[in-house]
Design a protein around this ligand. Structure first.
Ligand code: BDR
Ligand code: CA
Length: 317
């Protein structure tokens, strides 16, 4: 099993990504760190705790992190993900998942050191905590086995602005630091927009006989996916929710899910259009060496199998 820390801002697609990681035996989730993003960090932390409790994983440590971006104002996305960051009634967390008395950035560094080059870090929210971790420990990339990031739109259109994906747009300075200095694998809108769960899949979650229909988490998942679906349909005219973050986690579970290409990469930080834009130098005009990988293709069948498998496993009680 691969030890992994997930830095997250749940968030509907984060929630499915967390369930996928927690339920799949290929990964050992050694901690969650939370960040501002889809909602303020107090809300994303509460949501992450509630998810751990719903699947009886209160032993997984959780560390809360940055409550705002490095250098721009906080913007959240409740209009997409629902009030409090996740639509639906998750139970209030208990003291069992009380966050550790350590900042997320420090927690990431400690875990990276403790796992001696074996740790994977999945960053599925704005990159503030990861940038701060790199500021604390500039050797972070060497201490990690892999840094996989849901973020950016190298060749696709953005979702925050025409050029920028939301996680990069939320904290462009952090994204720049991570892209410049941390050798990430970027799982961006180039591949995540198609990472959808077909509506039929939702129906089977709600209608299959033998399911525990009163399970709070099962109800919440249906609500997240249905709501997220509708929000995306209204906003983008695309039917069925793209589970951006879950595709990045699926890439960690199964090395064959993503096909990547290395490029010289840079992130814009300033100005209306450049903010959060991921620029991949495909033509080699900069003469720079590649500093990161961008996912360009994905095996969506395998992805759906992995998501369905992890949702099924705990709904069949
Ligand atoms: C990313 O932005 C957030 O709203 C999602 O959770 C995902 O991490 C997609 O652009
Ligand atoms: Ca997210």
């Amino acid at each position: 099993t691969r030890p992994v820390v997930i830095d997250t801002d749940p968030g509907c697609d984060d929630a499915v990504a967390l369930l996928l990681a927690l339920e799949n035996p290929a990964l050992e989730v050694v901690g969650l760190t939370t960040v501002h993003g889809n909602a303020p960090v107090a809300d994303t932390t509460r949501n992450a705790r509630a998810i751990l409790e719903s699947v009886d994983r209160t032993g997984v440590p959780i560390a809360a992190g940055a409550d705002r971006p490095l250098n721009v104002l906080l913007e959240t996305a409740e209009e997409i993900h629902g009030e409090g960051g996740i639509r639906g009634e998750l139970p209030e967390p208990t003291p069992a998942t009380q966050p550790a008395d350590v900042h997320a950035a420090r927690f990431i560094v400690e875990q990276a050191r403790a796992h001696d080059g074996d740790l994977a870090l999945a960053a599925i929210g704005p990159l503030t905590n990861v940038a701060l971790a790199h500021a604390l420990e500039p050797e972070l990339p060497d201490l990690l086995d892999e840094l996989i990031v849901m973020g950016g739109a190298a060749f696709a259109q953005g979702n925050a602005t025409p050029l920028a994906e939301a996680n990069f747009h939320s904290d462009p300075h952090a994204a720049r630091r991570v892209v410049r200095d941390c050798e990430p694998t970027l799982v961006g809108l180039d591949v995540t927009t198609q990472a959808t769960v077909p509506p039929a899949r939702l129906e089977s979650l709600s209608e299959d006989e033998g399911r525990d229909r009163d399970d709070a988490l099962a109800h919440s998942i249906r609500e997240w996916l249905t709501y997220y679906d509708a929000a995306r349909l209204e906003r983008y005219g695309i039917e069925s929710a793209a589970l951006h973050d879950a595709l990045a986690v699926a890439g960690l579970v199964d090395g064959n899910v993503l096909e990547t290409e290395s490029y010289p990469l840079e992130v814009g930080t300033d100005g209306d259009l450049a903010r959060g834009a991921l620029v991949a130098d495909r033509n080699g005009v900069t003469g720079d060496e590649p500093n990161g990988d961008v996912a360009l293709e994905a095996d969506y069948e395998r992805f759906r199998e992995l998501v369905a498998g992890s949702l099924d496993r705990f709904l069949t009680v």
